[in-house]
Design a protein around this ligand. Sequence first.
Ligand code: HXC
Ligand code: NAP
Length: 295
Amino acid sequence: MSENMYTQPMLKEGSLDGKVILITGGGTGLGKAMGQYFAELGANLIISSRKLDVLENTAKEIVTKTGRIVLPIQCDVSNYDQVENLLKVSVDKFGKVDSLVNNAAGNFISPTERLSNRAFDIIVNIVLKGTYNCTLAFGKDWIAKKQSATVLNIVTTYAWTGSAYVVPSAVAKAGVLALTRSLAVEWAKYGIRFNAIAPGLFPTKGAWDRLLPGDLAEKLNPVKKVPIGRTGEHQELANLAAYLVSGFSSFVNGEVITIDGGEWLKGAGQFNMLEAIPGSMWDEIEKLVKNVKGS
Ligand code: HXC
Ligand code: NAP
């Protein structure tokens, strides 16, 4: 078995044949990686975001590689009218949409007291409002047409821990997680399944430029926080996403799957700092502890 199987496609050929999948923020980064793999597995795609030129280039690239249909649509997810148009154009073109991947996001690091109310709004409007706008528009349509569907929401591990310096994003991602778990129950009766992925460190230009600008990546060396000792590969995230939008995961509902090499748990466990103790010191420590008498 190859050492780096995680860089390879996982699902069998044709696993997404006949599916139509919409990925918000599908022109760049992880959205693009998921789209590329979904198309390899047989899906036709709609990719949307604010920058049409970026979407068109990505669409061309995926079509050339896979021969599938990829429809780029300009849409700011924080604007409900634009989301309704996204739904209309998608259904006009394909007749149906089987899966919605709420991947679009905005984020940057900043001490919270430096933020204007507009800066806070902009992030929450993309991440939380964008996710519920798309979910509501597409959900109403699926329910009206009695069509089953899957929704995959891309969150972060600080959706449940919170995180300093990215507070608008943390607040918004926590809301997306609550939406995922709430509708997994409420809309299961309509055949609509909801899951989420919480990625750890997956290098993308969009995230790195805003979260580790300049030489911060070198200075802070965030990989130090990852027990597995590396960042994520886009293919391994795409593998997980493909599984969650496919029929193979049809009994998985309301779940958030973390793919972070153990990063958030390393920050959480109270004695995880004992990693710093060299193996040679453990005989001495054991002796000290065993010699403790009484209470
Ligand atoms: C403080 C800032 C700021 C900063 C912008 N603002 N950047 N405030 N520090 N670094 C303020 C502006 O001053 C303005 O407020 C308000 O935010 C809106 O800024 P605009 O530049 O006008 O907004 P816009 O052009 O719409 O750009 C939105 C954006 C931008 C979110 C600021 O970064 C963007 O387009 N991002 C999209 C892609 C992205 O962010 N990808 C990363 C996802 S990574 P005022 O009051 O001055 O008008 C991710 C990973 C998480 O989520 C986990 C990783 C491990
Ligand atoms: P990215 O390339 O910057 O992706 C963000 C995408 O969102 C862009 O394509 C952007 O396109 C789109 N977008 C932003 N605002 C939008 C709006 N108002 N309407 C529609 N689209 C909008 O960053 P990424 O790293 O791939 O992030 C993808 C997802 O993974 C995000 O949900 C992020 O929170 C999550 N994530 C990433 C990491 C990581 O390590 N990379 C870790 C945890 C979670 P336009 O600018 O053209 O609109």
